[in-house]
Design a protein around this ligand. Structure first.
Ligand SMILES: [Zn+2]
Length: 247
């Protein structure tokens, strides 16, 4: 497959994906909507290294172990529950993201949109229940790609919110067609939020496309990730030091 060939060209899979998406542009990649890109001649190892270096050199000066950049899921449990939660839009969230979330909701409503928050922070018991319910319907393996294993879901950190334009018994990818989603996709980074599980990035994030799940990462990181079409995993890859370095 395409990315494997890039990998053999001397670049890790994530870096290769960064290069490809960066050179094609995130909008073009999303518009194509293909799970697997068409076959093409892989760029040389030197070209990949240059692209990676350019991207890495332009990254914001942040400590990748800061609280907004913690990576959860796919074997990474949430290590700390929020010290303080407050309710925003009817759901509890980590108090540290409340102001930005309130501002984002207010501005979306100011733009004439309906905003409904269906999930913020969830505790261990709620996550067990949600996982069991999802696994009963789709099987355990698929459930992990939808809601994550109990204890690994970002919702336990209080840094993630599910946002839709009204109550949906079942959230699915058709939510991408709402005006609210279009607005959030364009503006959420301004408030420090990213669309955490974008389309066609399951191999990187471990999660299916979720055009309702937004994660707070901070304004600088959100701007850079949005500019370059990066997932949180790919962004943090830029801060890794050496082989097997920690985020
Ligand atoms: Zn969610």
């Amino acid at each position: 497959m395409f990315f494997r060939r890039l990998f053999r060209a001397g670049m890790c899979t994530l870096c290769a994906l960064i290069f490809v998406l960066n050179s094609r542009g995130p909008q073009q990649a999303a518009a194509e909507g293909a799970e697997e890109p068409p076959a093409a001649s892989p760029p040389s190892a030197a070209a990949l290294s240059d692209a990676y270096r350019r991207l890495s050199a332009g990254k914001p000066e942040l400590a990748a172990d800061e609280w907004p950049l913690q990576l959860y899921g796919s074997g990474r449990p949430v290590k700390e529950e929020p010290a303080e939660t407050v309710r925003v839009g009817g759901v509890p969230v980590d108090a540290r993201i409340a102001d930005e979330l309130r501002a984002m909701i207010a501005d979306a409503r100011g733009a004439g949109l309906s905003v409904y928050l269906s999930c913020g922070y969830t505790d261990a018991a709620a996550q067990e229940h949600i996982f069991r319910r999802t696994a009963a319907k789709y099987g355990s393996e698929t459930a992990q790609t939808i809601v994550g294993l109990p204890g690994e879901s970002e919702h336990r950190s209080g840094l993630a919110v599910d946002i839709a334009d009204r109550y949906y018994a079942e959230k699915d990818s058709s939510l991408e067609n709402t005006k609210l989603f279009a607005w959030l996709k364009e503006h959420s980074w301004e408030y420090g939020f990213i669309l955490r599980y974008p389309k066609d990035r399951k191999s990187i994030t471990g999660h299916v496309y979720q055009p309702w799940h937004f994660r707070y990462v901070g304004a600088e990181a959100a701007a850079f990730m949005t500019d370059h079409g990066l997932t949180l995993e790919e962004f943090l890859d830029l801060y890794k030091t050496g082989d097997g370095g920690v985020y």
